[in-house]
Structures are given as C-alpha cells and as structure tokens.
Unconditional design. Structure first.
Length: 214
C-alpha cells in the first residue's frame, strides 16, 4: 500500500471512530444531561486559536474570545464534535466595539458554508438562520427582530439554541424568542459565532458552553 493510501485510510478510520464515539455518548447519556461541556479554563481543550490582522479567536482569561477586526466579516468556531438532536447553552458578553453586531450559537455544522445559527445583537435584536452552500438565509423572519429580553450595554446574555428533529428554537435569558423549522441538516458540530456589520471591532467573550441531550 502506498503512503498516500495509508494516510487516507488513517483519516477515514479516525473519522469513523469519532462519529462512533459521538453516537455511543448520545446513546448512553440520559435526557437533560450534558453531552459536552467547556468552561474554557483549559487552553488545550481543542477550540480554534487564530490571531491575525483581521481577527482573533482563542482562550482568554477563562473564556473564549472572538474579536472581529474587519467590517462585514464573520467568525465561526466549533467544538470538534458530532451531534444529532441537542440543546446548546452559553453565556455571551460583549466586551467592546459596536452594539450593532451579531454573536451566538451554531448547530449541525457541516463546514464553514453549511450550518444553522441563532444570533443576537448588543442593541437587542435576534434571528435564527442557516448558511447553505455559502448563502445566508434567515428562517421564519425576513430580518432580525427586537426583543427586550436581550441584555444590552455589555451585560451578559444566556443564549440557548435547541436543534431537535426539524425544529429550531432560540432563547435568551430563559425567554423563547424564535421558533422555526428546517430539514436541510440533521447532524453536525456545535459551536460559536460572531460577526460585524459596517463597523469593525466586535469583541465578545463566551463562557460555560454546554451541549445537552434534550
């Protein structure tokens, strides 16, 4: 067997092993229990670490920080797992930068061009959407909508995103804000997102990322 064939075989074996491990974890975990948890206290827990002229993503003082240094840009970071039906929660806090921003949770991540998201902004707006083949679409609403449940002025928000069967639900601070349906993705990774509109400098920290079995 050539070296290239051996490398391909190892990659396939690793992928299948990881998927099998995730399936086993989901089977043995009871509803309401955590499938995955990270408080970002360990910089070696596997999340992406990026630092360049346009963005920063990485561990910072016991949290996971996403800093968007370019306008009209988005960052995504995932845990390196694979899940089916899940409930995700995280505490998100704007540190600095424009309140006209977006940040939130990702589920059923296939790659950078295919996943669902639940996002809020620091001026009180929210939306559920998907990116499919690189095209962003909001689901169940034409534009981000306002809700008083979203804390502003740099106060922390507890975000929750339920991805169960074909139903997607977004919560902020225990309040259900959005519910919609879509069947394009049934399984994938979970993670975080942050983005800018016309003004750069969006700086958000995330803590206590938990994936639960619903």
């Amino acid at each position: 067997m050539t070296t290239m064939k051996i490398m391909r075989a190892l990659v396939v074996t690793f992928f299948l092993t990881a998927c099998q491990s995730s399936w086993i974890t989901e089977l043995v975990t009871q509803p309401g229990q955590a499938l995955y948890h990270d408080d970002f206290s360990n910089p070696e827990s596997g999340w992406p670490q990026v630092s360049n002229s346009t963005s920063f993503m990485g561990y910072d003082h016991g949290s996971y920080r996403m800093l968007v240094l370019s306008p009209l840009d988005d960052l995504q970071a995932v845990a390196g797992q694979s899940f089916g039906d899940i409930r995700i929660e995280v505490v998100a806090t704007r540190q600095s930068g424009p309140v006209y921003n977006r940040f939130g949770l990702i589920c059923r991540f296939q790659d950078m061009n295919d996943f669902y998201f639940f996002a809020v902004s620091s001026d009180g707006y929210y939306a559920i959407g998907k990116i499919k083949e690189g095209v962003t679409t909001l689901l169940g609403q034409e534009m981000m909508a306002y809700n008083v449940s979203i804390q502003q002025d740099g106060e922390p928000n507890v975000l929750r995103f339920d991805c169960i069967n074909n139903t997607l639900k977004g919560y902020v601070n225990t309040q259900l804000l959005a519910i919609t349906k879509d069947a394009d993705f049934s399984r994938g990774d979970a993670g975080l997102m942050s983005g800018s509109f016309d003004e750069a400098g969006v700086d958000v920290r995330f803590d206590n990322f938990v994936v639960y079995k619903p």
